[in-house]
Design a protein around this ligand. Structure first.
Ligand SMILES: NC(=O)c1ccc[n+]([C@@H]2O[C@H](COP(=O)([O-])OP(=O)(O)OC[C@H]3O[C@@H](n4cnc5c(N)ncnc54)[C@H](OP(=O)(O)O)[C@@H]3O)[C@@H](O)[C@H]2O)c1
Length: 237
């Protein structure tokens, strides 16, 4: 689909990658850009409309979808990351419930709430923000990786069902980004503006998946090798 004239809704669009998506959509000619945010009063960016949204709250999601009946591109970006002591951490179930509430059920809930609108306004699209953590193992990110893996699986089921309704689905996989989420983590990071631009270019080219950095490309390429990144994250891939 093309961004020129599109009406875009970005969840968690008040900062980080979400705000980069909102600004990039405007640059590409979107006629309206909404950001779904938990504190709309604190958001003031020219030409971007804030709508109250908490993806963990079913009523909030229904209200946002009802208020934005002109949307034809939904970007499921809102997400949280928490660190643990790994797969055997006794707190992992509680932590997983918190992370899944946002990163998985939040994506499912928001997608379902906007589905009729997107179908009515087709050609339409959904971009789901995933992660390279889907394919590479890091015990301290066990719950986060599981949530993104689940969201990836949902993305792939969804694509098959919405295509006949004129709704394309793009999965964005990316490694570390220079946002609040990784503040204090001293590793090379991608610029969220570059990543949003790469994702929207891929969408405009009709792609179903975008790997937004070289590391993510290598991780995915390793999956069918003798040392896939999910078994040997310690080896070069
Ligand atoms: N940063 C990375 O290295 C990285 C790598 C791969 C993928 N990602 C993914 O990229 C996406 C954006 O992350 P980011 O790096 O931009 O993180 P961020 O700077 O921490 O921003 C997260 C955004 O999600 C919003 N959010 C969180 N929970 C929400 C909820 N329940 N309802 C509505 N909004 C909610 C936050 O809103 P508040 O301001 O109200 O908290 C904020 O706008 C996430 O899905 C993340 O998993 C990030």
């Amino acid at each position: 689909m093309h961004l020129n004239g599109a009406v875009v809704f970005v969840t968690g669009g008040n900062r980080g990658l979400g705000l980069a998506f909102a600004k990039e959509a405007l640059k590409r000619g979107a006629s309206k850009v909404y950001v779904g945010v938990r504190q709309p009063k604190n958001f003031n960016v020219e030409n971007i409309q804030a709508v109250e949204l908490d993806v963990t709250d079913p009523e909030s999601v229904q209200r946002a979808a009802a208020a934005c009946g002109d949307v034809n591109l939904l970007v499921n970006n809102a997400g949280i990351a928490l660190l643990s002591d790994g797969a055997l951490d006794p707190g992992l179930i509680d932590q997983s419930e918190r992370i899944f509430a946002t990163n998985y059920y939040g994506v499912v809930r928001t997608t379902q709430a906007f589905a009729d609108t997107l179908g009515k306004n087709a050609p339409s699209a959904i971009v789901n923000v995933l992660s390279d953590a889907t394919w590479v193992s890091a015990p301290m990110l066990a719950a986060y990786a599981a949530s993104k893996h689940a969201a990836w699986s949902f993305t792939n089921s969804l694509r098959l069902q919405t295509k006949p309704r004129g709704i394309e689905v793009l999965g964005l996989h990316v490694g570390f980004l220079d946002t609040d989420m990784t503040a204090g983590v001293d590793v090379p990071k991608s610029d969220p503006n570059d990543v949003a631009a790469a994702a929207l270019s891929a969408l405009e080219q009709g792609s179903y998946e975008v790997l937004a950095d070289a590391g993510t490309e290598k991780i995915k390429a390793s999956l069918s090798s003798d040392s896939p990144a999910y078994i040997h994250p310690d080896l070069p891939f």
